[in-house]
Structure formats: C-alpha cells, structure tokens
Write a protein that binds this ligand. Structure first.
Ligand SMILES: Cc1cc2nc3c(=O)[nH]c(=O)nc-3n(C[C@H](O)[C@H](O)[C@H](O)COP(=O)(O)OP(=O)(O)OC[C@H]3O[C@@H](n4cnc5c(N)ncnc54)[C@H](O)[C@@H]3O)c2cc1C
Length: 389
C-alpha cells in the first residue's frame, strides 16, 4: 500500500505550530515503521506488541504532557492529541496503551499522589520500565461506577482491600494498578503493586475487538495495602472522573486517526478497483460515501484543535470533551463501516486495516463512557436536567 500522506482537506495544518507538526510527523513515522508492520499479526494472535513499549517511551509518548522533571516530554495538548491520532491510525490498542499509561495512571499519581509516589513512579512509567493500569469498572458497575462494591478498610498499618474489577486494560501486565475503592463510603485511589498477596489479574479472553490489547479482571482478596499507597490528595468519584476526562480527550483525537486510516484505504481502493466500465470511485454512490467520510474527518479535526487550545488555556469543560469523544468515535465507526462497504469482499480481509479498525471502534465507543452516557452528560449540560436515572 502507498505510504500514508495525511488527510487535510481544510488546510488544518495552518492551525498547528512547528512543534505540533513535528510531533505529529514523528509519531506518524513511528507508526509506519514499528506499528503497521506487526499489528495484524498481534491482532490475530490476541497479543500486545510489547516490543513497542521502550520505543514509545523513547518518542515521549508516556505522560507526554507532564513535567520534564519526571522525565516526561511536557508537550502541549494539541501536540499530545496529534500523537494519539497517529497512534490510533496504527491501532486503537496501541493508543489505548499510551492513554492508560499516561492519562489513567501517570495523571492520577501526578495530580493526587504524594511527592514520594510521584518521584518513584512517574520516571519509571515515563521510561516504560513499569506499566500501569486503571481499575474503575466492576462486573456490576460500568456506566454507574459510583455504585462500586470494592472496599478498603483501615488496618493498623494501612488498608485491607476486597472486591473485583473487570475490563481493565493492561491489568495482567501491569506493575502497578491504580484501583478505585470505597473507604468509609467515599471513593479513594490506591496503588496496588503486582505480586501483592491476595491480588490477581487474570486476562480476559474471547474478544472480537481490541484484540491487540490486554484486558483483564482484577481480583482483591484481603489484599494488604501499605498506608503510603493511598493517593493522599483528594477523594470522591470526581478523582477517577477527572482521569477519564484526560483519557477521553486523547480518544477524541485518536478516533480521527482510525477514521483517516479507513478513509485512506477506501479512497485508494476505489480509485483502482474497476467494475462495469470504470473505477468504482467514478460512481456517484461511492463518491457520496467518500465525501461524507472526508467531511466528518475534517469536522472532527477542527473540533479537536479547538478542544486542545481550550485545554492549553485551562478553560476546557468536561462536557466539551464528552461532545468531542462522542462525536468523533461515532463518526469514526461510521467511516470504518462505509470504508468496509467500498472495499466489498476485500473489506473483510486483514490485508486492509478497515475491519480491524471497525472492530476496535466498537470498544472505543463503549469504553471511557459509552456513547449514550456522553449524550446524557451533554444533555444535562444544555438543559440543566440530569437524565441518568
Ligand atoms: C476493551 C475494553 C477496555 C476497557 N478498559 C477499561 C479500563 O482500563 N479500566 C476501566 O475501569 N474500565 C475499562 N473498560 C470498561 C468500560 O469503561 C465499560 O465497559 C463502560 O464504562 C460501560 O460499562 P458496561 O460495559 O458495564 O456497560 P453498561 O453500563 O452495563 O451499559 C450497557 C448499555 O446500557 C447503556 N446505559 C447504561 N446506563 C444508561 C442510562 N442511564 N441511560 C441510557 N443508557 C444507559 C449504556 O450506554 C450501554 O449501551 C474497558 C472496556 C472495554 C470494552
């Protein structure tokens, strides 16, 4: 296949500065060189390409927006978003790995951790020498995490943790789990280290989506947590939700990457596949599909650049992130399905990235708040009326 040239119908590159374009191009090259050659094999095998971890660390993809004193790249938010876009052009699993490590593990340690926790964990996580996971969802509490059953009780020298989490990205391979549990009825974050007695993290099998990502259960049976492993600076559901806002921001960008990969594959296929008298790109129905795809990609790009500028200004609202995640993932999924139809039977083959992206996006539209929950978040914001219960 021809090398990816980018998709930029509205000259949105004009909205980016040199550093942002440099980051985007660096990660684009990284994906071409290291992700695309191996991803189909890992997707089929149901394994994460772990060889990528040190290389991703080298490019500065872990905790990319956090301060340099922890070994992080201290990127601005648009640059970070563009990096997530390019990673997800490779595969949603690779972007998910970076999102979890950065937004769901390093961010809570940075925002709510003690100095000792930050000094210990952030450099190790930034270098990819340690891997983290984020345990919020439970078997019976997904969209309603506030109902969680996982509990911590105080002991003489720390806490005793009991409960279970499900659908946890990187759980089995993580060295440290950021686990959300109720202590005296209030949600707190705890750092649970791999190998702690009573803690296990079996991998969940049988996924048809995000096959190149490790997804796990976390089980806590009388797990003793040292007192210094609670995140000391804050409590309440607000904490995990603030981490989700960080991750959803990256997902809004990432979805553009998946959509661009599908559009790019569909366009070049349509230009070369001849049926009846000419290439299928020459038929009006195919053109309508391609125009719709490109229009939605363009709108998503413009939405995300402004979202990133708001984030850099510090004036972003979580409802705006919800709108962007909701829209961009939904449109990416539609684009993937349309691309699949343009490729005809070839669209179901792993010779093309389209079916893999379509299957992955079925997870992306569900995790980090389902499409419906983001509808309710924006709905409450504009009407003042919560409609969750
Ligand atoms: C591959 C993958 C990786 C994941 N990684 C992680 C992770 O690392 N950490 C983590 O904590 N979680 C993770 N998750 C879990 C994910 O965040 C949850 O799956 C998600 O929040 C939805 O929860 P649920 O699956 O229990 O669905 P449910 O909450 O049971 O929802 C089922 C359906 O009901 C709808 N629904 C629910 N409530 C309402 C309502 N009030 N009004 C209207 N519709 C409603 C939902 O929108 C959805 O369509 C992951 C999930 C997947 C698939």
């Amino acid at each position: 296949m021809q090398k990816f040239q980018g998709v930029d119908y509205f000259n949105a590159d004009q909205l980016l500065n040199e550093e942002e374009i440099l980051v985007r191009n660096t990660v684009r090259q990284f994906v071409d060189d290291h992700v695309l050659p191996v991803i189909e094999r890992h997707y089929r095998a149901g394994t994460f390409p772990a060889d990528l971890i040190p290389k991703m660390a080298e490019v500065g993809l872990f905790g990319a927006t956090l301060p340099a004193r922890y070994g992080c790249a201290e990127m601005k938010n648009v640059a970070y978003g563009l990096a997530m876009q390019e990673l997800e052009r490779g595969d949603s699993a690779v972007r998910s790995f970076a999102s979890v490590q950065s937004a769901l593990v390093m961010y809570p340690i940075f925002a709510y951790g003690s100095d000792a926790q930050k000094d210990h964990w952030l450099p190790l996580l930034a270098r990819g020498e340690k891997i983290g996971c984020f345990g919020l969802t439970e078997p019976d509490f997904g969209s309603n995490p506030g109902g969680m059953i996982t509990r911590a009780e105080r002991t003489q020298d720390g806490f005793l943790l009991n409960g279970a989490k499900m659908w946890i990205t990187n759980g089995t391979v993580a060295d440290v789990a950021v686990v959300w549990a109720k202590l005296d009825g209030v949600v707190h974050g705890f750092l649970v280290e791999k190998g702690t007695k009573g803690f296990s993290a079996p991998e969940m099998k049988g996924k048809h989506s995000l096959r190149a990502s490790v997804t796990s259960e976390l089980v806590f049976e009388d797990v003793h947590i040292p007192a210094e492993n609670i995140l000391p600076n804050g409590s309440g559901l607000r904490l995990p939700l603030s981490c989700l806002s960080q991750a959803r921001y990256g997902i809004a960008w990432g979805a553009i990457g998946a959509a661009m990969a599908c559009y790019d594959a569909a366009l070049s296929y349509a230009q070369s596949r001849v049926q009846f008298t000419k290439p299928i790109a020459g038929y009006q129905l195919t053109q309508a599909k391609l125009v719709e795809m490109l229009t939605e990609i363009t709108k998503a790009q413009l939405l995300c650049v402004q979202l990133g500028r708001l984030k850099d200004q510090g004036s972003i609202r979580f409802q705006q992130i919800s709108m962007a995640k909701r829209n961009n993932v939904y449109q990416a999924l539609r684009i993937a399905r349309e691309a699949r139809s343009i490729l005809g039977a070839n669209g179901i083959l792993d010779e093309y990235p389209v079916m893999r992206h379509a299957a992955n996006l079925e997870s992306v539209i569900t995790y980090e708040g389902t499409h419906e929950m983001h509808t309710l978040i924006v709905g409450e914001d504009i009407t003042g009326l919560p409609a969750y219960t």
